[in-house]
Design a protein around this ligand. Structure first.
Ligand SMILES: Nc1nc2c(ncn2[C@@H]2O[C@H](COP(=O)(O)OP(=O)(O)OP(=O)(O)O)[C@@H](O)[C@H]2O)c(=O)[nH]1
Ligand SMILES: [Mg+2]
Length: 330
């Protein structure tokens, strides 16, 4: 679980209703034509819907004003104006929609699940044309009503992003390099330990249809569970992930020893972590000294992949494996 809140403010407005029309029938041979102004069409509504293939609120960072279409005015010949089109904004499941009124945020909806939606602003009603004002005593009314006007509203969209995949490992293993290679996240990368001080999240796009959210947390070291290094408090950020990528620098010796030492720290923190699905990944295979340690990684006896976070070698296979695990849990 990572308390990374994606949030943005947007301005929205439903469509105004079209005005009713005032018109009279004027045709040859009909001297005093009756009223025949049509009604205005209703304005379009503004709707927010949660859909699975949207993962963040980034589409609302720059473009922040959204209007549904106005209804068309009524016309002569008793023609009703066309209704305005609804405008639908697509957000990720888990988005909380709030309206800001007098500086206070009021929750309108918590769109937890795929397919849930809310009308945040209803379109204005169309006005009535003079045709409908005719009575037996008033055959030529000039009355009509204007379409209902709608007001702009300010909404706040909030999304608590939960990473599905977490990367754990020693400092310098290349966790941040991997995350920045496969996502839009830009954690700091450097050749000294404890470069990353806070967790980072990135959306990993395998292709148009396949995405997941991955977290990079600060490196762990031996005795982390007793407070060594940055401590182990960041592990709570991967407690709710579905899968852990355990990243190991295979350019260094003692691969198995390092693997087990991280596992021990995780277990001391919370047993749940070592019961999670895990993918073992050896990194830095572009370095010549990695060759001799690869066997040792395989001998650990877990599903494992070899990659270079820098050159990108092996990453495609890794991401596909992660995707398969996420979507076919054992
Ligand atoms: N040769 C090589 N170097 C790599 C590779 N991946 C990462 N590095 C280097 O290893 C160093 C550490 O990388 P980071 O991504 O900062 O490591 P980290 O695991 O995030 O480290 P902490 O944030 O300190 O826990 C940097 O100098 C990277 O350039 C790789 O595949 N090959
Ligand atoms: Mg890092």
């Amino acid at each position: 679980m990572i308390e990374f809140i994606d949030e943005t403010r947007i301005w929205i407005k439903a469509g105004d209703g079209g005005n009713g029309c005032v018109a009279f029938r004027r045709e040859k041979f009909i001297e005093k034509g009756g009223p025949w102004g049509g009604d205005g069409g209703d304005g379009g509504s503004l709707i927010i819907e949660a859909v699975k293939n949207v993962k963040t609120l980034k589409d609302f960072y720059y473009h922040r004003h959204f209007h549904a279409e106005n209804g068309k005015h009524g016309e002569g010949n008793n023609r009703k104006g066309a209704g305005g089109e609804d405008k639908v904004l697509y957000v990720p499941p888990g988005t909380v929609v709030k309206e800001t009124r007098d500086g206070r945020d009021i929750i309108l909806a918590d769109l937890e699940k795929e397919g849930q939606k809310i009308i945040v602003a209803r379109g204005g009603k169309g006005g009535i044309g003079n045709a409908r004002f005719a009575t037996s005593t008033n055959r030529a009314p000039r009355d009509f009503t204007p379409g209902e006007k709608t007001e702009e509203k300010i909404l706040k969209l909030e999304l608590k992003i939960i990473a599905e995949v977490g990367i754990v490992g020693f400092p310098n293993a290349g966790k941040s390099t991997l995350l920045s290679k496969v996502s839009n996240a830009r954690p700091k990368i450097a050749d000294y330990p404890f470069t990353t001080l806070i967790p980072y999240l990135g959306v990993v796009n395998i292709d148009q249809e396949r995405f997941f959210v991955m977290a990079d947390i600060p490196g762990l070291i031996e005795n982390a569970s007793n407070g060594a290094g940055l401590g182990i408090k960041f592990l709570r950020h991967v407690e709710r992930t579905k899968i852990l990528i355990h990243l190991i620098d295979v350019s260094l010796p003692d691969v198995a020893k390092r693997y087990h030492s991280i596992r021990k720290e995780m277990e001391n923190y919370n047993k749940i972590l070592i019961e999670k699905e895990e993918i073992l990944v050896g990194n830095k295979i572009d370095l010549p000294e990695s060759k001799k340690n690869m066997e040792e990684l395989k001998n650990i006896g877990k599903e494992c992949y070899l990659i270079s976070a820098i050159t990108g070698e092996g990453i495609k296979e890794l991401l596909n494996a992660v995707w398969t695990k996420l979507n076919n849990p054992v």
